[in-house]
Design a protein around this ligand. Structure first.
Ligand code: AMP
Length: 289
């Protein structure tokens, strides 16, 4: 596996590779890699793509400086993990390489309600930062496919909208959420859980499964109250628990009206903020997303 720190070296490598005509599948990450990330790498490989990963803890998407400071960083083991997984190239740039003119955003993106609800409401500016970095990385890597995880459901909606607004031909591929055996969604942040909160955290998946069991027969506000109670009783501090239209991300008022329904939540386990979601009703037409 080739490892690049500088954009110019990465570009040189990609230009040389272009001769082989193998299209590039790109997996952007913030490192501290786990099986959720590797699933994206494997999917790119299985679909015949030259797999390019990035590891970059993007400062512009952290609204909380403490969260940025504490974000796990383990470059040496990450490189070994990706090399073993057969990733073709890894881009691990310093901040100045991604933002040569500084981290101040240029023209803001306008994602409307998509960036105002749920994560957007609790993490102001987060999705502007996500769009800024993904846009920059896509410019550098120029992949045919971009691989992202369902775990960050709202992020996938934002990036889909960004690609649409930019008229991009990049295909967004979404992979299922990979979970620990007790149901906790894999996340780099799980490493920061104390043993006590690690034991409590699977309540998030339990609450989502309960939601799936109760939807659509029970009224939505009652389901959300019940799910929130499961989280609180486990010792977690829920920030939101919502059942939303999977296309607009707006809270669902009438359960019969949307063909794509997702339950989404964020909860604090001690000082670690965890997010998760579960599809309650799958979209009738994938292509229409
Ligand atoms: P991150 O390093 O957290 O920014 O994640 C990089 C990519 O991996 C994003 O597209 C995430 O949605 C995806 N990802 C993270 N955790 C999981 C998981 N448990 N299952 C599937 N994809 C994931």
């Amino acid at each position: 596996m080739y490892v690049f720190q500088f954009a110019s070296d990465l570009r040189r490598f990609l230009s040389a590779q272009a001769i082989s005509q193998q299209p590039v599948g790109f997996v952007p990450t913030m490192g501290a890699l786990h099986d959720g990330h590797l699933q994206l790498v494997r999917q790119a490989q299985a679909e015949g793509y030259l797999c390019v990963c990035s590891i970059f803890v993007n400062p512009t998407q952290f609204n909380d400086p403490e969260d940025l400071r504490k974000y796990p960083r383990m470059p040496v083991s990450d490189i070994a993990i990706l090399a073993k997984a057969g990733c073709n190239a890894l881009f691990m740039p310093p901040v100045e390489e991604v933002y040569p003119s500084g981290t101040t955003p240029g023209l803001p993106f306008d994602f409307g309600a998509l960036e105002q609800v749920m994560e957007g409401a609790f993490r102001p500016g987060h999705f502007q930062g996500v769009a800024q970095v993904v846009s920059r990385l896509l410019d550098l890597v120029q992949p045919r496919r971009l691989y992202m995880g369902q775990k960050d459901f709202q992020q996938t909606a934002i990036i889909r909208e960004m690609l649409r607004q930019q008229g991009s031909s990049v295909e967004l591929c979404i992979a299922e959420t990979v979970r620990e055996t007790d149901g906790l969604a894999m996340s780099s942040r799980n490493q920061r859980l104390t043993p006590e909160f690690r034991r409590a955290a699977p309540a998030i998946y339990k609450a989502l499964l309960e939601t799936r069991r109760l939807f659509p027969e029970m009224p939505i506000p009652d389901i959300c109250r019940h799910a929130t109670q499961i989280l609180s009783e486990a010792g977690l501090r829920p920030e939101y628990f919502e059942i939303v239209n999977g296309r607009t991300l707006l809270p669902l008022d009438n359960p019969l009206r949307a063909d794509y329904v997702v339950a989404c939540t964020a909860a604090w386990a001690g000082d670690v903020r965890l997010i998760d979601n579960l599809v309650l009703r799958s979209p009738s037409q994938e292509g229409a997303l």
